[in-house]
Every structure is written in C-alpha cells, then in structure tokens.
Design a protein. Structure first.
Length: 400
C-alpha cells in the first residue's frame, strides 16, 4: 500500500470516528438516488443493511422502490430524472433549492455515512458542498460518474471528496484506480438478482413461445414521449409479420406518466405488461428498448436487443462532441463491438427498428450463431455475486 492510499485510509477512519452518531445521538445513514436504476440499487442496499442488523435511521432521497424498502425518503428522486440539456436548464432553480435544503439537513443530522448513486450532475455538487461545509463523515458513490467516457476531470473531484467509489463494472474500477481514486468492486448487482430470480412469472396473456418481442420504452417521461411513437409503428409492423409485440410499462414510472401510458395503450388496443420488465424479457425472443441499464439486463438474459435513443438536437450535438466512447450501450462497451445494434438520433426510425429486430428473429445471414459467442464473452465481465453484502461491508465497516 502506497503512502497516499494509507493517508486516505487514516483520514477516512478519523472522519468515521468523528461522525459515528448524528447530533441526536442516533445512528443514521443518508442514501440518495435519482434514476430508476439507482433507486433499485439503493433500495436493495437498504434491505440488505436491515437484514445484516443495521438498526440506525436510513433516510434521504429516492423513488418508489426506496420508499417500499424502508428508506425514509424526505425528497422524491424523480425530481432529478432529466434527459437533456434543455430540460436541465429549465429545472436549475428547483435543483439548486433542493441541494441547499439537502446540505442543511445533512449538516444538521451529521449521518455516519453519505451514500449517493447515479445522477452525477446533482450528486457531485452535493458532495463538494458537504465537504466545503465541513462534513467529515464517510462518503460513498455507487455507480459513480462515467469519467472514462467524458468529463474526466471529475476523477480529481472523486479523489478529493469521496472515501470510496463502488462502480458497477470492472473496467470502471480499474480506470478509477488509475486516476488515484479509492474504489472497490466485486461485480454487477444485477448478476446476483438474475441468478436468484423467481422463474415462470404469469404475464396474464397468451403467446406462442419464441414469438414474443418485448418493447421497452424507458422510465422517464421525456424518453417515453420521444420513443413511444416510433416503437408503436415498429410493433405494428412486427405484428403484421406474425410476431407478438408487447410493451413494458415500467413499475417505477411516475404514477401520472404510468396512467397516461396505460390509457394510451388501452385506447390504441396495444398489448402491454405492467409488471417487472424482467418478466417480460424472460419470455421474449428479442427486445427493442431505450439505451440504459436495460441493455445489461438483456445481456444477463442472453436476450438480443435493438437499442434506440433520441435526445433533443442541442443535447445530441453536445454529446457527440464530448463523449469519447465508440459505443453508447453498455452491453456493447463490455463486448468491445456492436453486439446490439445502436439506432440513435436520426437512425431511430420505425423502419430501422423493425429491420434490426427481424434480422435476429429471422436469423438473417446466421446472425444468431455469430452473436452468441460474443454475448457470452461480454457477460463474463460482470463479476461475482454478493455485491450488496460487499457494499454493506464497505459502508458499515463490518465483515462481508
């Protein structure tokens, strides 16, 4: 262990002793997430903390899953579910007010640990403000910013302000270490969930095995609004060709958005499933979905996926200028090639989605055989089980 690593460890231990209890004399851990995937991870983390005997208050910001898991959510994480630059700009006053209030509450209660997940534009500034105000407890970042892809200068901020990063992928962990950040990794949490999943869920409708195509339009209002029309057109074309298209209504959707989407499907007589998206993916022969965590879920299930996305023109221009990776879908980054077709921006048309799905469904040019080996290689990079126990141990200092 080098001197710098030892120094960071000593500072972390001193901060932990100084903030072992909040000012009311009770143990507490602050947990914050903004995205639907982050809400899922932090909810599972909270459940595992309780199972391992943690008796302190678990509070912070989260969504529906966090609340169901027993996190005392003082703020709704849906407030951070913004898609592009224009959406962020319009919400700046609200976000600034939220951060000021959150910093004050954290400083008042002085939890023994602050755990943040995803939403880097919000959480990185929150962390910096806390350190500037003198917060000396431990700070952990689950799914930290993708500094390997863009805005690499944030690695300096992570090194300065975060006691330990808990990334989801090994290559992220290795990059963070190369930049001098404290990082720990065991695997991707979805691997454990997939291996221990309940099988054979009842979908509530009839379908012929091998004929179902899952459409996954996302978990944010803005992306659903953008992608749903082209997905509906593609689904109609696949249905006319004899396939069984079914749309997923994400359980974590905002209630108002969820009701709007279901009403739309009922009006258009579109088949949908409003249970866990994984159940629908288990039954599917192919998926068409928004780029995001869902590509990793597809990889775990060995399910071929056509990936699509559309940003507003300003956000898309900025993304093309600053993002350094060749691929956008995480499954493709892990594979090192375009394992799943990426139909983004102007390529995101109903015709292109349909053609890409049919290439797999009809096994054009032996696509299935060529793809499966690459899929297995990418899947093998996801690490080991026991990630939630591993995170709990890092956060509480107890053995895994």
């Amino acid at each position: 262990m080098d001197a710098d690593t030892q120094s960071r460890g000593i500072r972390a231990r001193r901060r932990t002793r100084a903030h072992r209890r909040d000012r009311s004399g009770s143990l507490s851990v602050f947990i914050s997430s903004g995205e639907a995937s982050g809400d899922h991870y932090t909810a599972r983390l909270a459940i595992r903390l309780r199972e391992r005997g943690y008796a302190g208050d678990i509070w912070g910001m989260g969504g529906m899953e966090s609340r169901k898991a027993g996190i005392r959510s003082e703020w709704d994480g849906e407030r951070l579910q913004l898609l592009g630059l224009t959406e962020v700009f319009s919400a700046i006053p609200s976000i600034l007010a939220l951060r000021r209030e959150m910093v004050e509450r954290i400083m008042e209660r002085a939890p023994e640990a602050v755990v943040v997940c995803d939403s880097p534009d919000y959480h990185m500034r929150l962390i910096a403000k806390l350190r500037a105000r003198g917060y000396r407890g431990k700070i952990f970042y689950i799914s930290p910013p993708t500094v390997w892809a863009w805005r690499s200068g944030r690695a300096d901020d992570l090194r300065r302000d975060v006691d330990e990063c808990l990334p989801l992928f090994k290559f992220e962990h290795e990059y963070l270490l190369s930049r001098g950040c404290a990082s720990a990794w065991r695997g991707h949490p979805l691997l454990e969930e997939y291996n221990h999943r309940a099988k054979g869920a009842e979908l509530g409708f009839d379908y012929e095995p091998g004929r179902l195509v899952a459409f996954l339009p996302g978990s944010r209002r803005s992306e659903i609004k953008t992608l749903l029309p082209i997905m509906e057109e593609s689904a109609a074309a696949l249905g006319a060709a004899g396939w069984r298209p079914v749309f997923s209504v994400a359980p974590g959707l905002n209630h108002a958005v969820r009701d709007e989407v279901i009403a739309r499907f009922k009006e258009k007589n579109i088949l949908y499933y409003d249970g866990p998206g994984g159940d629908l993916m288990e039954a599917a022969e192919c998926a068409v979905g928004a780029s995001g965590t869902i590509t990793v879920e597809a990889l775990l299930r060995r399910l071929y996926m056509v990936v699509t996305y559309r940003l507003n023109p300003i956000s898309a221009f900025v993304a093309r200028c600053v993002i350094k990776t060749k691929y956008y879908a995480m499954a493709n980054i892990l594979a090192g090639c375009e394992l799943f077709p990426e139909l983004l921006q102007e390529k995101a048309t109903a015709g292109n989605l349909t053609d890409a799905a049919l290439a797999w469904l009809e096994d054009r040019n032996g696509l299935r055989g060529r793809t499966r080996e690459v899929m297995e290689r990418a899947r093998a990079t996801l690490g080991e089980e026991g990630v939630y126990d591993f995170w709990c141990a890092r956060i509480t200092g107890a053995p895994a």
